[in-house]
Design a binder for this molecule. Structure first.
Ligand SMILES: Cc1cc2nc3c(=O)[nH]c(=O)nc-3n(C[C@H](O)[C@H](O)[C@H](O)COP(=O)(O)O)c2cc1C
Length: 310
């Protein structure tokens, strides 16, 4: 089993509000990563990006940058350094069509020479910064990976976080773990494994790496990292507390019911994994048109549905 455990960035889910609540209620992850920031030619972070950067006291948070432009990356990293961050993460894994069409995220993996030139510029401009990379293993086929790894191996990447799927697989099928095992034998970079670790038993069986990153599994079972450290699974009271903080804080910070309902429905896509017999409750949650109706349905789910303790 791994020793260190990171919380993966998840756009719309692992907000600063979630990170703080998770840390407080469940004891936290060794590192949290912000959902991606998208620096551009305006050389300004958006307000919602600044919120992600300004509310992280007491947590180890790594800002993640999504861009295909070395200048924009360097600008953002320097701004972040001025804000006190010592590590930034480069997103080379996002599979979304709108992102990859611009040759960003996993889209950049189809252009190894562009990737190499971009890394070259970034690493020479930022010698004092820790730069980690979160990557998929190719755009269309795992056969692209040895070439990509050869590029990464040329740079002092502080951690290489590998999600062993290719872009076109999105989140379907199973991760190519054998490719990760191969990677461990072909690099001296510090490696982090990410992909399909959902339960404590998944984590116990996974011994190939000292550090793992958890995404959907941690959203579904927020107590997972504590369990990995020998602690108890999440209790009903803790899950309710997490839910209530998110509902209250999103209600306070977003304007109108719609965006709050959107966030909470997205949360339930994962958090329902902590309970059984949720179907009818989730239907009501998805149908709710106001926060009041939503709250009643969510309260009933949290009170009535049996917990899955694994
Ligand atoms: C809804 C959603 C949002 C995500 N947002 C990001 C993101 O902002 N940055 C990123 O690097 N990965 C993002 N990911 C990918 C996750 O960080 C992670 O790599 C992926 O879910 C695989 O890990 P898992 O099997 O533990 O979930 C996202 C995934 C999902 C499902």
């Amino acid at each position: 089993m791994a020793n260190k455990c990171y919380a993966a960035p998840m756009e719309g889910l692992t907000t600063y509000i979630w990170r703080r609540a998770h840390h407080e209620i469940f004891g936290g992850a060794d590192k949290y990563f912000t959902p991606f920031l998208s620096p551009n030619a305006t050389c300004r972070f958006q307000t919602k990006e600044l919120d992600e950067l300004r509310h992280n006291e007491g947590l180890y948070v790594v800002p993640q940058i999504l861009t295909n432009c070395a200048e924009h990356f360097i600008w953002a990293a320097r701004e972040l350094q001025d804000m006190g961050y010592r590590e930034v993460n480069f997103n080379l894994g996002c599979p979304s069509g709108t992102v990859t069409a611009k040759r960003k995220g996993a889209g950049m993996l189809a252009y190894p020479e562009v990737l190499n030139a971009c890394l070259e510029q970034i690493f020479s401009a930022l010698p004092e910064m820790q730069i980690s990379v979160k990557t998929r293993i190719g755009k269309l086929s795992p056969e692209e990976w040895p070439g990509l790894l050869a590029i990464y191996n040329q740079y002092p990447i502080s951690e290489l976080i590998v999600h062993p799927r290719v872009q076109k697989e999105f989140y379907t099928g199973t991760a190519h773990r054998e490719v990760f095992f191969w990677t461990a034998e072909h690099t001296t970079l510090p490696l982090v494994y990410n992909g399909d670790l959902q339960t404590v038993s998944d984590m116990t069986q996974f011994t190939a790496c000292d550090t793992v990153m958890l995404g959907r599994g941690l959203m579904a079972r927020p107590g997972l990292i504590r369990q990995m450290r020998g602690g108890a699974p999440a209790t009903r009271g803790e899950l309710t507390a997490l839910h209530d903080v998110l509902l209250e804080e999103y209600g306070r910070r977003l304007s109108g019911d719609k965006p709050v309902l959107h966030r909470m429905r997205e949360l339930w896509n994962y958090l329902s994994g902590s309970f059984s017999g949720t179907e009818e409750y989730l239907k009501r949650i998805r149908k709710a048109q106001s926060v009041g109706v939503y709250r009643a349905a969510a309260e009933e789910l949290l009170r009535d549905c049996p917990l899955i303790e694994e």
